[in-house]
Design a binder for this molecule. Structure first.
Ligand code: SF4
Ligand code: SF4
Length: 721
């Protein structure tokens, strides 16, 4: 990874009384160190990648503190790492993206929750709904309920978030339950400050080793018959202990309303800021969060504390619960609690708010409007209803004018992405062999499901593409293609896919994108990442370095893969021929194509400072650009349908006699060469040209350029170059 986090690392070192400024996720990271964590692990994923990325880069400082940092191969290995806290009084934290990561980690989490923990355990998960969500929208809450783990959802204010990290470890130790902390994308990126405390050097650490292992204790194993005892303890001991701790340490916050305290809002901590924004539209809160209505902020959403809920609801004329995501676990429990206590307080929630999706300020305002209209209509200002109706009317008007809903703007691969040419080649190969079923996977290559490729029939999880074709390929006349990234290969694909296909002797085709990093999650390193030596050794940094690490190929050979081809992704012709061969060869076993081409994002990060240094030294720098000759372009746009590169686009036809726009390459082209390769492989029109832009040219190049300009000037008077 070429990104540097030295500023963030300096923030982690702040001591007692110093002021921390920065983002929420970094504040949480600092909170871990202030809590005396002994070990940290995880698997990267938005929006919590930053936690692990910074920790990994801060390794020298972590070593100094004695904190062990592990970049785990997947979420299951991260969750299993927490096993250290079952026997030993050591605090541990791991992180991943939920819900998908929690699904992968589920087995280890169940086996951790059953015996319970001695040292505090905190699992920081990124979770989001609506626009911020990049995965399936399911709730981690379900895991907290079923496995018996606490769930924190802190109010997005840095001081509060750090406080909840510190309290989270204590809660875990007081209840013996693992603790999850859920962070939405806004909480991770909210900026603010808090007064730091000194980082705690853990009592047991890499600097202070345990001398002996713990004594054998069957009660610490997730194994029958003791699992029956564990199950009893969950409800009879751990939950009551957790509730006691939450109540005694006031982890949930009660803000009494200034004027209308008889109306209550109960809100998950993570969406408190948005609620305040919505209330501001009604004049019921100010910019500092002072509210006219009473608010109970649930910084802990599981377990709920029945006494707290009933105490809050008892004197209220009505209560509105704002609970994002479905199903409405909190609302069901709250309704049950009120019923059991015989409290008649009217309770509203999903009856006034959307069942699923993100609770934006507008969605909350809609719910609040219904709530106030029912229970205190005098509090509804005229302009709020007009504002909400205006938003709806504007959307309807745009839709009417367009004749369809607003077009979506899906994300796409980066300019010059090495994965794009493979999908161009796949389009061409299918012209020869016919359409094939494509099992997709998680990663940048999943962006090929959008136009112009629209490739991929299913995505069943990270590293699952080969496994997910196992039921399709035996029933399909034509061979099925499974597409997987190197990140997915190491995360899960090697075992669930390759091993299974080899064991069963499956006739399958797997294409592995070997771009060198887990690019989609922020270009983190993996075991097949080009080494630092290779990066230092290579003279021309523009070279792709994917070939310098052969771990994937040697692993496949070691497992017994017999049909293995490595093809450079930009060689569209060769890739097309290799795909065609894989689909049609007489060989019946697993066929693997390693598509080699370094992630352009990482390559550019390496190239830019190198080019800048060459320029600063006055050395010759050559950059390649592609272009389209507008006089030759026939306007059929086949090149665009075969590429999808954002810098290959359209412009008005300069010929007044033609109406179709012509193709053009705009600024930003990184000269990856795909335009040329596609034009050749698909025998497109000859309108593409390749230009070399030379900065700090040699004397003979200047001379040659001068001569050329003079000749052109003579041949084209008035249009000299
Ligand atoms: S991050 Fe790398 S692999 Fe992903 S789209 Fe960009 S260039 Fe391609
Ligand atoms: S050469 Fe073509 S595909 Fe490559 S970056 Fe330039 S415009 Fe995009």
């Amino acid at each position: 990874m070429e990104v540097s986090f030295h500023t963030e690392i300096d923030s982690l070192k702040l001591g007692l009384g110093e002021e921390f400024h920065g983002e929420g996720i970094l504040a949480v990271t600092k909170g871990l160190l202030q809590s005396g964590v002994s070990y940290v692990g995880g698997y990267q994923g938005a929006p919590v990648s930053h936690l692990l990325d910074v920790m990994v880069q801060a390794k020298p400082y972590m070593d100094e503190l004695g904190v062990h940092v592990e970049a785990c191969s997947n979420e299951a290995s991260a969750a299993a790492m927490l096993g250290a806290s079952i026997h030993y009084p050591v605090r541990g934290a791991v992180t991943w993206k939920s819900i998908v990561g929690t699904n992968v980690a589920a087995d280890a989490l169940s086996n951790l929750s059953s015996p319970g923990v001695t040292g505090g355990v905190l699992i920081v998960v990124g979770e989001d709904y609506g626009e911020g969500a990049s995965v399936i929208q399911e709730r981690t809450h379900a895991y907290a309920l079923k496995s018996g783990m606490c769930l924190l959802d802190p109010r997005p204010e840095l001081g509060q978030m750090v406080h909840m990290v510190e309290q989270g470890f204590q809660l875990s130790e007081a209840s013996n339950m693992p603790v999850l902390m859920e962070l939405r994308i806004r909480a991770c990126h909210v900026r603010g400050s808090f007064v730091a405390r000194d980082n705690q050097r853990p009592a047991i650490s890499k600097q202070h080793l345990m001398q002996e292992p713990a004594a054998f204790d069957y009660m610490r194993l997730a194994h029958p018959p003791v699992t029956f005892v564990h199950e009893k303890r969950k409800s009879e001991e751990r939950l009551p202990a957790a509730r006691r701790f939450i109540s005694e340490h006031k982890l949930n916050e009660h803000f009494e309303g200034r004027e209308h305290k008889h109306l209550g809002m109960i809100v998950q901590g993570g969406i408190y800021n948005t609620l305040i924004r919505a209330m501001q539209q009604f004049g019921l809160a100010d910019a500092f969060g002072e509210s006219s209505l009473s608010i109970l902020v649930l910084n802990v959403t599981y377990p709920l504390v029945p006494d707290e809920l009933t105490a809050f609801c008892a004197d209220k004329a009505a209560v509105l619960l704002l609970e994002e995501g479905q199903p409405e676990y909190i609302e069901q429990e709250l309704a049950l609690t009120l019923r059991r206590q015989g409290l008649p307080t009217p309770l509203h929630g999903k009856d006034m708010l959307p069942q699923g999706g993100e609770y934006t300020a507008e969605a909350m305002a809609q719910g609040l409007l219904k709530f106030l209209q029912k229970h205190q209509p005098a509090l509804v200002p005229d302009d709020v209803a007009a504002w909400l109706q205006g938003n709806t009317a504007r959307r309807q008007q745009v839709q009417q004018e367009l004749g369809q809903p607003l077009p979506t703007r899906p994300p796409g691969m980066c300019i010059g992405c090495p994965e794009r040419p493979v999908f161009s080649a796949l389009k061409l190969a299918q012209q020869e062999v016919g359409p094939v079923h494509v099992s997709g996977d998680i990663g940048c290559h999943a962006l090929a499901t959008f136009e112009p490729f629209s490739v991929g029939h299913s995505i069943l999880g990270y590293g699952m593409s080969l496994a997910s074709r196992a039921g399709v390929s035996p029933l399909m006349k034509r061979r099925v293609l499974s597409v997987m990234g190197d990140g997915g290969f190491w995360h899960n694909g090697l075992l669930t896919g390759v091993q299974s296909a080899l064991f069963n002797g499956d006739d399958a085709v797997l294409l592995i994108f070997k771009n060198g990093y887990t690019s989609a999650t922020g270009t983190q390193d993996i075991i097949s990442t080009p080494g630092e030596e290779a990066k230092a050794d290579v003279k021309d940094k523009r070279q792709s370095l994917a070939h310098t690490n052969q771990t994937i190929e040697s692993t496949l050979k070691g497992l017994g893969v017999q049909w293995l081809r490595t093809v450079h992704t930009y060689h569209v012709d060769e890739m097309k021929a290799t795909l065609t061969e894989a689909f049609s060869t007489a060989f019946q076993g697993l066929k693997v194509i390693v598509a080699e081409g370094e992630c352009q994002l990482e390559r550019q990060r390496r190239i830019k400072p190198w080019l800048a240094a060459l320029m600063a030294r006055g050395e010759r720098v050559e950059r390649v650009k592609y272009g389209v000759d507008e006089d030759v372009c026939n306007g059929d746009h086949a090149c665009i349908r075969l590429s999808g590169c954002p810098t290959l686009t359209l412009k008005d036809n300069p010929d007044p006699l033609k109406v179709d726009p012509v193709a053009t390459v705009v600024d930003g082209c990184v000269g990856c060469g795909l335009c040329g390769a596609n034009a050749h492989a698909a025998t497109l029109c000859p309108s593409f040209y390749r230009a070399e832009v030379v900065q700090n040219p040699k004397w003979y190049e200047r001379l040659w350029h001068g001569l050329q300009s003079s000749v052109v000037g003579l041949l084209q008077p008035g249009q000299a170059a």
